[in-house]
Design a protein around this ligand. Structure first.
Ligand code: IPE
Ligand code: IPE
Ligand code: MG
Length: 256
């Protein structure tokens, strides 16, 4: 049950401008279907169709990065028919939507692992990435077979294989070994479906993200809901550990 309510704030001079990067945990497809007496896959289909609407609204707003969480490494624990059905729906949607996205200047990226996915699905993901790689209007990153912990483990493995010394390991270097390399950290993370948790999504990158949770189920989340989330975000004051108000001179670092 969602217990958090957005506090009423008066936007001041330090309120945030539009986010550069919005990340969405698209949750609630199963409940959407259940409420209608439909099979869960019908909810996944409706949810997948909804991506289109939200991408369009994001393009209209001029936000340059959108990440969507579509399938987690933990979602493999669902019944086999649901997992297979989801893979089929994703393959269909890539097939149907890629050329329209390409024409709109959308660059498609994949976050997560292609390992274990059926070969035709892997092929269509790779093709969509290749076709759209030069587009610059909007980067649409699809987290599919993605888990934040797995991503960090893979980054550590790469670093060890590269034989780097402890002194060379910085936050920037770790970020550059994640599948989000080149994307700014998400400014705003929206979760639909009423839960208030990350479920292993972008756990490194979300260090200073603003959260917005809504009980609206993903297939029903439309441009007005996005507008509401953005309005809430714009009233937040991001402090990144500092103090409110204009930036002050940082204190000197302690000397050893
Ligand atoms: C989100 O919807 C999509 C995936 C996790 C693949 P759910 O399938 O989790 O929907 P609920 O939470 O059961 O309603
Ligand atoms: C999170 O939803 C994953 C995606 C939206 C892809 P889940 O439905 O899997 O999350 P939990 O199990 O409720 O944490
Ligand atoms: Mg769920």
């Amino acid at each position: 049950m969602l217990t958090y309510t957005e506090p009423q704030r008066t936007p001041g001079p330090s309120a945030s401008p539009l986010p550069r990067h919005i990340a969405v945990i698209m949750d609630g497809n199963g409940r959407w279907a259940q409420q209608r007496g439909l099979p869960r896959l019908a909810g996944h289909r409706a949810g997948t169709e909804n991506i289109h609407r939200v991408v369009r609204a994001t393009l209209e707003r001029g936000v340059p990065y959108l990440t969507i969480y579509a399938f987690s490494t933990e979602n493999w624990s669902r019944p086999r028919e649901e997992v297979r059905g989801l893979f089929g729906i994703l393959a269909e949607v890539i097939h149907r939507e890629t050329s329209a996205l390409h024409k709109q200047g959308v660059q498609i990226r994949h976050l997560g692992s292609l390992e274990g996915l059926p070969a035709p699905l892997r092929g269509s993901i790779v093709e969509a990435i290749e076709l759209t790689k030069a587009n610059r209007r909007l980067v649409l990153a699809v987290a599919f077979n993605y888990g934040g912990r797995r991503e960090i483990v893979a980054a550590v493995q790469r670093i060890v294989r590269e034989g780097l010394s402890p002194e060379e390991i910085t936050e920037e270097l770790v970020s550059a070994r994640l599948s989000t390399d080149g994307l700014p950290d998400p400014d705003l993370i929206i979760r639909t479906g009423g839960e208030v948790r990350l479920s292993n999504f972008l756990i490194w990158q979300a260090a200073y993200s603003e959260y917005y949770a809504t009980p609206t189920l993903w297939p029903d989340f439309g441009p007005e809901d996005l507008a509401e989330a953005l309005a809430a975000y714009c009233q937040r004051q991001r402090r990144f550990g500092g103090l409110a108000g204009p930036p002050t001179q940082p204190a000197p670092l302690p000397t050893a």
